[in-house]
Design a protein around this ligand. Structure first.
Ligand SMILES: [Zn+2]
Length: 372
């Protein structure tokens, strides 16, 4: 019997169906990425560009367009604006580099902020060669595509009210525009179109890193957040990584200067002691020994202070050699989640991207995010 209840459920269904579809449609799902930060001036160029101000009024400007920070706003070709939006049917170039979608330029505390809003699937194609090489075995490239999509959508959900949702650096995912897109990257993205990693019906925090050096790390040991699918697994697959063994020599002065700059009172550094390690082998805490006393610092914090590319991982030994501290370590990155070099080797050994993902994110499953 056609009751009023059925009638209303149909009406509600019809009303809400298009909303649900458009919220997760591969042809409209976008992502906002901060592609430039801190530059005082940029040059915008391209074919068929349309520029509008913060009110949506179109601007008659000529290209290349020089945009500078000016007071609390910006100047675009000499015109003072609060912000600028540039769209193109093709690519927008900033300082010679191509970007998809549309670009927005804002003044920030330091220089200019440029946000690129583009289709998520397009973003992933450009990202592949920034994070790994599309020439790696295709199953490893597909694993990277799924992980990057999952990571981006998680950040999009948690930062939905912010001006942008992703940094284009190692703080989120490295992204350098559309110039390095290629057919293998596009293939990996399209063959996994819309696929994301879930745990208990929710999008996971799909952390990944370059190489783990033998054992991935539990998220709790890096960020004090316990996630069941990021508990650390053995990985003997990343031994081909260029960072399987790294070495870095640093003078005591350099270390002291970096530590003092962030408030640690370390002067006259004599020795660096390793206080403890996690089961993975990564260091928990370091002690900096001076004549005036000792200062202990978490190894994760020390790596951040010295630079992620300087101290490549927290799994190292340290010795004083000829007046310098020499760090000899293994792995590159925080070690949490997917190990990129491990994924490469696993793909070479015949594992597919689904097997690779379920290995590094135990207990998870792949689901389709898009409804079409
Ligand atoms: Zn590994």
């Amino acid at each position: 019997m056609f009751t009023l209840k059925i009638f209303w459920s149909l009406v509600i269904g019809i009303l809400f169906l298009p909303t649900v579809l458009s919220a997760a449609n591969g042809d409209s799902e976008t992502i906002r990425v901060a592609v430039q930060k801190g530059k005082e001036s940029i040059r915008i160029n391209g074919v068929g560009l349309v520029a509008v101000d913060s009110y949506g009024n179109s601007l008659s400007v000529s290209y290349p367009l020089v945009v500078k920070k000016e007071g609390s706003g910006i100047s675009a070709g000499g015109v003072f604006l609060r912000s600028l939006k540039v769209t193109s049917s093709g690519f927008v170039q900033i300082d010679g580099k191509g970007y998809r979608g549309h670009l927005e330029v804002y003044p920030s505390e330091k220089g200019l902020l440029v946000v690129d809003e583009m289709l998520l699937e397009d973003y992933l194609v450009g990202l592949i060669n920034c994070e790994i090489s599309s020439q790696w075995p295709i199953e490893a490239v597909k694993a990277q595509a799924v992980v990057a999509r999952t990571f981006a959508l998680f950040q999009k959900q948690s930062r939905k009210n912010l001006l942008y949702q992703l940094e284009s650096t190692v703080y989120d995912q490295v992204y350098g525009g559309s110039d390095i897109e290629d057919s293998r990257a596009a293939r990996a993205v399209s063959e996994t179109r819309g696929e994301v990693v879930h745990y208990n019906g929710k999008i996971i925090q799909a952390f990944f890193h370059s190489s783990c050096g033998g054992h991935t790390e539990a998220s709790h040991n890096v960020w004090s957040v316990t996630l069941p699918y990021l508990r650390g697994v053995d990985c003997t697959y990343c031994m081909q990584s260029p960072s399987v063994l790294w070495e870095q020599a640093l003078s005591p002065k350099k270390i002291e200067n970096h530590l003092r700059a962030v408030g640690y009172n370390v002067t006259g550094l004599e020795k660096i002691q390793i206080l403890s390690r996690y089961p993975s082998g990564r260091i928990t805490k370091l002690e900096f020994v001076t004549a005036k006393g000792n200062v202990s610092i978490p190894a994760v914090a020390f790596r951040k202070i010295m630079g992620y590319g300087v101290i490549r991982s927290t799994d190292f030994e340290v010795k004083l050699v000829d007046g310098n501290f020499v760090f000899v370590g293994t792995g590159y990155g925080h070690g949490v989640g997917l190990c990129q070099w491990g994924a490469k080797q696993r793909a070479e050994e015949g594992f597919n991207y689904r097997e690779i993902l379920s290995y590094y994110y135990p207990g998870t499953r792949l689901v389709s995010y898009y409804s079409e």
